[in-house]
Design a protein. Sequence first.
Length: 255
Amino acid sequence: MLLKDKTAVIYGGSGAIGSAVARTFVREGARVFIAARTPAPLERVASEIGAEIGAESGVIESAVVDALDEQAVDAHADDVAARAGGIDISFNLISHNDVQGTPLAEMSFADLHQPVETALRTNFLTARAAARHMIPRRSGVILMFGGYGDPHPGYSLGGLQVAFQAVEALRRQLAAELGQYGIRALTLQTAGIVDTIPEDMEGGQAIVEDTVRRTLLKRAATREDVANVAAFAASDRARSMTATALNITCGTEVG
């Protein structure tokens, strides 16, 4: 198993992608702590994953945490580290609450700024909380999600790409400062995860088809793809990788 005896904290762990990552991490042997703001879906995900756990797999625990609240994030990280003996992996997957569909020329600054503030604040707080426990152990992995890419003509994405770019700048700085302690910082770069789009969403099928059309592989990444790459990135098999993005765009973004 890739993550046997590792301790992972996943913020946004009850969401579509967060729960998929949590499930894969547990299957790979990690002790996983999922955190989110809303109790009911958090408990449901923990219960479902717990029911699937085999004798050789990891374990899962949950806690209600607002990943934008500095004191709550620090307290939760301290609690996890005390109970598990440290933190090996931190992955932030909370929603940035971006406004899409409105051209920038018609958008308010508040709507543009909201996802940038949210993304930068939550990724900084959770990465810092984990790093403080990783530094003494001189090891750890901080994962970020989204990845900056070329703007897509025809789509009004608001502050989405601006937020991703801010997070990328943060990740590069973290990698530069934390590398001396053996801590790696990586981004999973995506270009849309098609199986997170609700089937009843207006225009959803058109978005899926366009996402697939823009790829080189003529298929789009799924939640399972994200989870599998995340497990590899967090494992010791990727121990030489830091300060970069893992491109899982199926060729939408060409490096």
